[in-house]
Design a protein around this ligand. Structure first.
Ligand code: 2PG
Ligand code: MG
Length: 442
């Protein structure tokens, strides 16, 4: 019997752990872990970012020539040789204890010895195995780990923030801003939100074709047409929304992920928009971003300044209107200490969380808990490198996040998660929806 939680969870005793290398949506290797507990099996596949922040937990890559250095055989070995013996025989339902043991075994705060991809791989597979062994949906199990009762019923589905135009490191060679997204703020339900975003995306495609360009997609399925300016991107989205029959600012809001760290030149202390032949300093960026917020119905602006420019973030938070969330991704890196600093200084008004930045399921839950305790809205986010793994959809529902950011409505690794939310919707007849205007519609 497990010493941790007694007889009740004996059915979730871990009996086997395996890990192997698979390829993700960019064709890069990543870690898949399978864990057997009782009669059940849980599988989790680790995602990977391109615009990774300096303060994230650190994934382990093999280097060398194989797969251009991107192989993860070392991380797979970490799982098989070092982490498996730690979790075998434990109760899979004791997620927190297991995660603590995994982190201790790594011995570095940022998980760089064994690799965050090894540690999160095991942590995620433990959660899946426990949910399966206890015969609960994953979101119910995650909710119980976060402190809800084991009979927790999901309350609502998150509002999707849907990528339509891509740039930055996800499109290479286009405009520096990484994502232009739409938020179907007028939708009264998750399925309606999906349909609304689909219509805007489809109309965007038509506009791109009409302009004589090919509607090619970037890493997250967003279009990457040639754009002369940032204003041109917003106007393309606005035209598409109107063309699809929606009112901008009423049915459709916009969002951007600037991912500014990736075109910030630290030596010159400026932001280099090479595609637009223009550089801006911190004040220039703050002015630019506040201008967008006054001109467009921006629901959120993510990472508009470099990941360590705390002063700039604080100033921008004051300058932005209340309707526009200042969303921290690289700034926070799903790290509880950085989130605490942001809460103390008022540097963000919304929190983006990615499990592989945090490194374990427990740390991920802690970050959500801290954000929610500070009354900050939360966004659970996929990475640009994904697989058909659907865990974040369950995470959003189990942890009751306001938003989910998965990418565009294209490519199976994105749709797997959007579709998992439809499955959760189908399985419950009492689910609400986190849409900002949803209350009026229900
Ligand atoms: C982001 C993510 C997802 P990446 O910056 O928010 O869009 O990108 O996974 O490349 O860090
Ligand atoms: Mg981001």
């Amino acid at each position: 019997m497990s010493p941790e939680t007694g007889n009740a969870d004996r059915r979730a005793r871990i009996t086997a752990v395996d890990a192997w290398e698979v390829l993700d949506s960019r064709g890069d290797p990543t870690v898949r872990v399978a864990i057997e507990a009782g009669d059940a099996r849980g599988v989790f596949t680790v995602p990977a970012g391109a615009s990774t922040g300096t303060h994230e937990a650190v994934e382990r890559r093999d280097g060398g020539e194989r797969y251009g250095g991107r192989g993860v055989r070392g991380a797979v070995e970490s799982v098989r040789e070092e982490l498996a013996p730690i979790v075998i025989d434990r109760d899979a339902a004791a997620q927190e204890r297991i995660d603590r043991a995994l982190v201790e075994c790594d011995g570095t705060g940022d998980l760089s010895r064994l690799g965050s991809n090894a540690v999160l791989g095991v942590s995620g597979a433990v959660a899946h195995a426990a949910a399966a062994a206890l015969d609960r949906p994953l979101h119910t199990h995650l909710a119980s780990l976060a402190g809800s009762s084991p009979d927790h019923n999901p309350e609502r589905l998150p509002m999707p923030i849907v990528n339509v135009l891509s740039g930055g490191l996800h499109a290479r060679g286009g405009i520096e801003i990484q994502d232009f997204l739409v938020v179907p703020i007028g939708a009264a339900s998750y399925p309606e939100a999906l349909h609304t975003a689909w219509q805007v995306r489809r109309a965007t495609r038509e506009e791109i074709l009409a302009a004589g360009h090919r509607p090619l997609v970037a890493d997250e399925g967003g279009f990457a047409p040639p754009l002369d300016s940032i204003a041109a991107a917003f106007s393309l989205l606005g035209d598409a929304a109107r063309e699809a029959g929606f009112e901008v600012g009423v049915d459709i809001g916009f969002a951007v992920d600037v991912a500014a760290t990736h075109f910030y030149d630290a030596e010159r202390n400026e932001y280099a928009f090479e595609s637009l032949d223009r550089t801006l300093d911190r004040d220039g960026m703050i002015d630019l971003v506040t201008e967008w917020a006054s001109e467009y119905p921006l629901v959120s602006i993510e990472d508009p300044l470099a990941e360590d420019d705390w002063r700039g973030w604080e100033r921008l938070a004051v300058a932005l209107p209340d309707e526009t969330a200042l969303l921290g991704d690289d700034l926070l890196a799903s790290n509880p200490d950085r989130l605490e600093q942001a809460i103390d200084t008022g540097a963000v008004s919304a929190v983006l969380v990615k499990p592989n930045q945090a490194g374990t399921i427990t740390r991920t839950i802690e970050v959500f808990g801290a954000a929610q305790a500070a009354d900050l809205p939360t966004v659970v986010s996929a990475r640009s490198g994904e697989t058909s793994d659907r865990t974040i959809a369950d995470l959003a529902v189990g942890l009751d996040t306001e938003y989910i950011k998965i990418g565009s409505l294209a490519r199976s690794e994105r749709l797997a998660k959007y579709n998992r939310l439809l499955e959760i919707d189908r399985a419950s007849d009492s689910l609400g929806f986190a849409g900002p205007l949803a209350d009026e519609g229900r």
